[in-house]
Design a protein around this ligand. Structure first.
Ligand code: CA
Length: 241
């Protein structure tokens, strides 16, 4: 049975989530503060399979919890609940390492569908982990660099750069996948927001730059003089293998 940790201080909403998730066959545990959430999630491994994390919490907020989880190597699929009217919160959440988000108020049916989607994705990653050793299985690995010493495994969401392995969040991997799919083409920040994050509104595109900075730190020999993730002035970015 899949176990979901709900981090939400509004008791009315938290018990509504519990009721609906349990009706769908999930096991649910609720905590009301970020500090309690971190106690249950870090250090891993934990009994949880996914996390629903509210942004507005007493004490440590959802963004801090998110980034502390990821910094501690806790990569559990996490959906953040952000406040309507704060589109920047969405990108802040992704920057911190969230895998998906919903703006409040939301339809419970949609939340359940999103959680199912995250867990499916997780099962898929685990299945490919198990089959990674099987010979002859096609693996979704993209290799690049002058000496072909850099690779990205889309199944495991892992970057391997000259022998060193970096774990990517779903959105980091999706952004990189999008740029690789458009190898050599300049892609605008607005296009990335629409295609990778499915954000249509006029959102500040600067957080995209933070994603790129982070990805450059992983894949570039000298992040200040990138050779793979190039800036296209006035437009956005271009990936070169
Ligand atoms: Ca709250």
């Amino acid at each position: 049975m899949n176990c979901v940790l709900v981090v939400e201080d509004e008791q009315h909403l938290a018990s509504g989530l519990r009721f609906n998730l349990e009706a769908e066959g999930y096991q649910v545990e609720i905590v009301e503060t970020g500090e309690e959430a971190l106690q249950r999630l870090v250090p891993g491994p934990t009994k949880f399979d996914a996390v629903i994390l509210d942004v507005m919490l007493p004490g440590k907020d959802g963004f801090s919890v998110m980034s502390e989880m990821r910094q501690a190597g806790q990569f559990l699929p996490t959906l953040m609940l952000t406040a309507r009217g704060h589109p920047d919160d969405v990108l802040r959440g992704f920057e911190a390492g969230a895998d998906d988000y919903l703006t409040k108020p939301f339809e419970l049916a949609i939340l359940i569908a999103r959680i199912r989607g995250l867990l499916r994705r997780r099962e898929w990653v685990q299945a490919s982990l198990n089959s990674a050793a099987a010979p002859g299985k096609p693996k979704h690995v993209f290799t690049f660099g002058d000496k072909a010493d850099k690779s990205l495994n889309f199944d495991l969401l892992e970057l391997c750069i000259r022998g060193q392995v970096f774990h990517l969040t779903l959105m980091e991997a999706n952004l990189l996948r999008y740029l690789i799919d458009h190898d050599g083409e300049a892609v605008s920040r607005k296009t990335m927001l629409e295609e990778v994050w499915s954000l249509q509104e006029d959102t500040d595109t600067r957080p995209i730059d933070n994603f790129i900075v982070r990805l450059r730190r992983y894949i570039e020999d000298d992040p200040k003089r990138p050779r793979h993730l190039l800036t296209v002035r006035g437009i956005g970015y271009r990936f070169v293998a």
